[in-house]
Design a protein around this ligand. Sequence first.
Ligand SMILES: Nc1ncnc2c1ncn2[C@@H]1O[C@H](COP(=O)(O)OP(=O)(O)OP(=O)(O)O)[C@@H](O)[C@H]1O
Length: 580
Amino acid sequence: MFDVMFKLKGFFKENWKDYTISLITMMGSNLFSVFIPFLIGRMIDSIVREELTSPLLKTFGTLFLISLLAAYLLEFIWSYYLFTGAAKLQRGMRKKMMDHFLKMRSTFYEKFRTGDLMARSTQDIRSIADTAGYGMMVLMNATLFLTVIVLMMGMSVSWKLTFFSLLPLALLAYLFGKLGDIVEKRYSAAQEAFSSLNNDVLEVVDGIRVIRAYVKEDDYVEKFHQQTESMLKKNNRVADANALFSPLTKIIISLSNVIAFGYGANLVMRGSLSVGDMVAFQMYLGMIVWPIISIGELTNVLRQGSASMERVEKVLGTGDDMESGGEKVIETVDDIVMHGLSFKYPSSQDLNLDRIDITIPKGKTLGIVGKTGAGKTTFIRQLLRQYPLGNGEFRVGEDPILNYRGKAIQNLIGYVPQDHVLFSKSVRDNIAFGKGSATDDEVMESVRIASFEDDLKKMSQGLDTMIGEKGVSISGGQKQRISIARALIKNPEILILDDSLSAVDANTEQKIVENIKRVRTGKTTIISTHRLSAVKQADEIIVMEDGKITERGSHDELIGRHGWYYTQYLRQELKAGADE
Ligand SMILES: Nc1ncnc2c1ncn2[C@@H]1O[C@H](COP(=O)(O)OP(=O)(O)OP(=O)(O)O)[C@@H](O)[C@H]1O
């Protein structure tokens, strides 16, 4: 249970000044608070002994007021330092989480679902911060306060009476432990349900058009209803267990009250205790309820924090299985060589790339074609180092790829993925994303190469037009060309287009391909496509099937072979002719 506090020790150490100020002011506040019943006890005794004079009453009143004010002021100070510390912890942990997300590559994102990651980086982190704020407050305040009250009860009233009155607390400690176990288990289950619900909401929002098109709204409403119902039940189970802490404490403290009354009255009758002491003792017992309920809640906060810590640590401790890079830096990309390179996805049974042999000479264009599922994207992912390296040789220039610094090669690549990723920003910002310092002239130059100029003229606010979340307000072909412009603005050493022209018509495709060829003289370009016309001008074309290269050569050479490329080319030409 305390493991979460132990795991946060680095944070506590870093912010030791804030926690020390909190602790000291808390001690002061507690001392002033317990001084009040002590004063009342003394006042009652002077009334009983008929010794209360007007100056004495004034002194009691002044001391009472000072103690009250001092207790509240000090409480304000410790609360401030403690809770700003918790906010700092949240900020630090969120940053750590985001840094981790940004470093991770594909395999990591296959292990966690998006909604789950969101739940862990919001709700779980908040729960951990609660342990550093509220939990720490209770831990320090309740234990301190409890200690001070018990000392006051023992020293100023009677140790014997204190011992017997507090005996029932042993039972309470035992019950808190048992209840805490139950809370932790139920809370973990509720958090899992929250993660799952998060995922489903994301999926619905993402897929709303398909859901509508297939008239599946009712199914999803029903599923959502069931999930919220199940989550409600799980949260209620946590609340049920939590709700037991307070009544349990009150029942057991009542037991203490009965003992204190019985045994206390006996001591008063025997003359070993004054009436004032007896009243003060009852007041102390009343004051004990709060710290004890808080300790119950502390158990609860710590258990929840511990469950959340485990969930956050699981994310932070999960890597992407990528090999770390070397130290070599690179300015320009030389030949890219793969020799006997085979690769299999972690979840795949068979090889997804099977003994690939290829040299992509610097400045040349490689075309990759083949049936769907042939391995074209997988080949590109190896170039992008999105997955761990396959077996075999993979060099850039003279050096194995692993000799280069982590992102050295990636920085030189302009990549247009199959699934276009656009941000809910303006057209300009989406294109300039490829080069932070891009001027409007540079943006427009990329727009022209990507054949997007005419579309841009029709947009109400030109480059300033907002394209909506994930580009909802523009067409598929427009999305593709904005993505191409974004990659081109970087003027990258290697440009990779992965089926990036599928949503544009044949004429536009031809224009883009010619523009790219013109501006990329001396730079390497890799185009994967289903439309063979897009790679006709490539220096080399490879045909892939089941992860293997089955044909290779220039367009003319492949036509001359009368293989898959030839048949496919004829079919596509015939279809294009018929469409015209
Ligand atoms: N992340 C993954 N995990 C497991 N298998 C995968 C993964 N991605 C792709 N595959 C499998 O690897 C094989 C090659 O897929 P790949 O995406 O490279 O094909 P492709 O030639 O690009 O297809 P398409 O033209 O349809 O995009 C397929 O059998 C596919 O199911």
